[in-house]
Ligand binder design. Structure first.
Ligand code: GDP
Ligand code: MG
Length: 309
């Protein structure tokens, strides 16, 4: 990371959304792109999260959500946080809201970078191991102001750091998503050279606003089918075939999930405050399938680096 002097206060989130040390839990900036080029690692924030007594020396499940901006990534992370911290998982959406990931940040210019939730969530894995879940958000990538290099770097870093990478896409899986995937496969290529295991762990293609439920059903079933079809590269374009093959080699597990449109209030209303009453009931049903699909202890993947948790 660059050792340039600290950047001016970022616009990464409304200032009140970013935690000061020892403040209430909030999203903390751990990496940001600098205007003059390069990146700044916010090591003081990273340390305050990873070296906390409740976290240090524990295996971590690192869940990242990446993809283009204003496609509901932070909203999803906020839902995950609500689910994880709910007293009763069967009624998590109706429990009182606490401060979560800052979403619906408008058209304002965002710093390109990575945010981490300051309070990792403790979890007991099926084998009895005490672990923690870290939630990580990417911001400002692939908007029209971030350079391709900046966006790809953040995307690749989030893939390297996570044990579960959720690639958030709007509408459908398209060949131009390849542009983004291609770059982290380059990192994977390097990682493959000096390790016998797959460089990355889980990849989940999460498709938002899926409109073709008559062709492929919502949820994991339709999502897995879509992803398999796509990775089989039936289009036959030679440049796609090699990327698809490489993506398969880079991840130990690849899946998909199709979410329906959340309803007009979520997608468009400035007054929407995260209340489930304002969400389309089908969206709520599918959120209830998605959350355990990602976050149930049996589905969690501990981050491994060169074979070590
Ligand atoms: P991010 O830039 O990807 O982090 O996007 P945000 O999470 O800030 O959300 C941007 C806007 O999209 C907000 O107004 C959300 O309410 C809305 N949104 C959240 N989820 C969805 C979804 O699944 N579909 C649609 N169409 N909008 C969504
Ligand atoms: Mg966001």
């Amino acid at each position: 990371a660059s050792t340039a002097p600290p950047a001016a206060p970022t616009e990464s989130a409304r200032p009140s959304d970013v935690a000061e040390n020892n403040a209430a839990p909030a999203a903390k900036q751990v990496l940001s792109a600098l205007e003059e080029g390069g990146f700044r690692l916010h090591s003081e924030n990273l340390k305050s999260i990873l070296l906390a007594d409740s976290v240090v020396n524990k295996p971590v499940v690192v869940i990242s959500v990446a993809g283009a901006f204003r496609k509901g990534k932070s909203f999803l992370l906020d839902m995950m946080l609500r689910y994880l911290t709910a007293r009763d998982k069967s009624s998590w959406l109706s429990e009182p809201r606490r401060r979560g990931f800052p979403w619906r940040s408008g058209r304002r210019r965002h710093t390109t970078g990575l945010l981490m939730w300051s309070q990792p969530v403790p979890v007991t894995l099926p084998d009895g191991t005490e672990a923690v879940i870290l939630l990580m958000d990417t911001q400002g990538t692939f908007d029209n102001q971030s350079t391709m290099h900046e966006s790809s770097t953040v995307f690749a870093l989030s893939t390297l750091l996570s044990s579960v990478q959720i690639f958030n896409l709007m509408g459908n899986l398209q060949n131009d998503n390849l542009e983004h995937l291609q770059l982290f496969t380059e990192y994977g290529r390097l990682a493959l050279q000096d390790a016998s295991s797959t460089p990355f762990q889980k990849l989940l293609f999460l498709i938002r606003d899926w409109q073709f439920a008559h062709e492929l059903p919502l949820g994991a079933k339709g999502g897995d089918e879509l992803v398999q079809e796509w990775l089989d590269c039936q289009s036959g374009k030679p440049e796609l075939v090699s990327v698809c093959e490489h993506i398969r080699k880079c991840f130990s597990e690849i899946g998909g999930f199709l979410l329906p449109h959340p309803g007009p209030k979520v997608a468009g209303s400035a007054e929407f405050d995260g209340s489930s009453a304002d969400m389309d009931p089908l969206f709520v049903t599918m959120l209830n399938e998605l959350m355990p699909n990602i976050l149930a202890p049996k589905n969690l993947t501990v981050k491994m680096v060169a074979g070590n948790p």
